[in-house]
Design a protein around this ligand. Structure first.
Ligand SMILES: NCc1[nH]cc(CCC(=O)O)c1CC(=O)O
Length: 339
């Protein structure tokens, strides 16, 4: 594991801390909160956002960011070989459980939806959701409907591949791995890809929003469960950190995420499942959940949109409707390389 430390507020708090040490002897540890994150540029930006939010609301707490590489970042082959999405969270989970860090920041999209959070940890708070849309990045500035037939679009997400096939069957999805920065570099190299599909929120977080040439409407390209949402995870017996995390929770995002992830859990979706879903709070306060399960060729589309007051009821009902329409058959298709 590779560690690096960002001192954050440490430097300008040093004088205060020294002054307090005589009166608060032995309490300095309880004023330190260590955030663990994978070390991709996007993950570091996310952790820094949380550090700044905590430092702003809790000036008495010193927050540090500790980054580490994950197997998902190191392995650039098929993720199925590593057993799925946990590839990006496993090392951070371990650091949290053994007490090296106190808080982990994850994209909800990368947190496995087919099993509970690792034993001993809790998903304690959800930050207010960012832009949920996927977007096209095209070096010539084109929108997706302007791409010529045969254009090669870099994406490995089955959800994006299936919805490309559904709406733009003349485009050719080409697998691509690596973090968003390295994908942009591959696009710019100009050999393998004509355009990319990426998340708007991710590009914003790494300061590359100016590369977006077309944010695609959510009815054409329904996002992934948890898109644009950051979640804070801590040890379930660490009440101090749970309280700090809870101070950043956005109740509306929490409710929307519960609906989407309840559905995903019932469908037992993983990163090879062509599942798209978006929960949204309507002006009247009810929650709507729109979901699609799609065959990779885009020819079979199950589409459900329901509304309810309770997120668990809603997620359950949408999953049940998808299963009645035959979702199991689309989801159980063998995927290349997975067990
Ligand atoms: N697949 C990796 C991943 N996980 C979360 C995001 C974007 C940020 C988010 O939705 O929270 C991305 C990049 C992308 O899909 O372009």
């Amino acid at each position: 594991m590779v560690w690096s430390t960002t001192p954050g507020r440490l430097s300008h708090l040093a004088a205060d801390t020294r002054a307090q040490r005589s009166t608060l002897a032995g309490m300095s540890d309880s004023r330190l909160l260590r955030i663990g994150t994978r070390n991709s540029p996007m993950a570091l930006a996310q952790a820094e956002r949380v550090r700044a939010m905590l430092a702003d609301r809790h000036p008495d707490v010193t927050v540090e960011v500790r980054s580490m590489s994950t197997s998902g970042d190191r392995w650039l082959g098929d993720l199925a070989v590593l057993g799925g999405k946990g590839a990006f969270t496993k090392e951070v989970d371990a650091a949290l459980l053994n007490g090296d860090v106190d808080l982990a920041v994850h994209c909800v999209k990368d947190v496995p939806g087919d099993r509970p959070a690792p034993a001993g940890t809790v998903l304690a708070a959800y930050l207010a959701r960012d832009d949920v849309r996927d977007c096209l990045v095209h070096p010539g500035g084109l929108r997706i409907e302007q791409l010529p037939a045969g254009a090669r679009v870099g994406t490995s997400a089955v959800r994006r591949v299936a919805q490309l096939a559904l709406h733009w069957p003349d485009l050719v999805p080409v697998p691509i791995r690596g973090n968003a920065n390295s994908r942009l570099a591959k696009l710019d190299a100009g050999e393998a890809y004509d355009a990319l599909l990426l998340a708007v929120s991710g590009l914003q977080r790494i300061g590359q929003a100016d590369r977006i040439t077309h944010p695609i409407d959510v009815d054409s390209m329904i996002p992934a469960v948890g898109s644009g949402t950051l979640v804070l995870q801590c040890r379930d017996d660490d009440t101090r950190t749970r309280d700090l995390a809870a101070s950043l929770n956005d109740p509306r995002t929490w409710r929307e995420t519960m609906a989407e992830r309840t559905m995903l859990h019932i469908l037992q979706g993983n990163c090879h499942s062509p599942i798209a879903a978006l929960a949204r709070t309507e002006p009247d306060g009810r929650l709507g959940l729109r979901a699609r399960v799609i065959s990779l060729d885009g020819k079979t589309v199950l589409d459900v949109h329901e509304w309810a007051a309770d997120p668990i009821t809603l997620g359950t009902s949408v999953a049940a409707a998808l299963l009645r329409q035959g979702a199991r058959e689309l989801l159980d298709l063998p995927t290349h390389g997975s067990a």
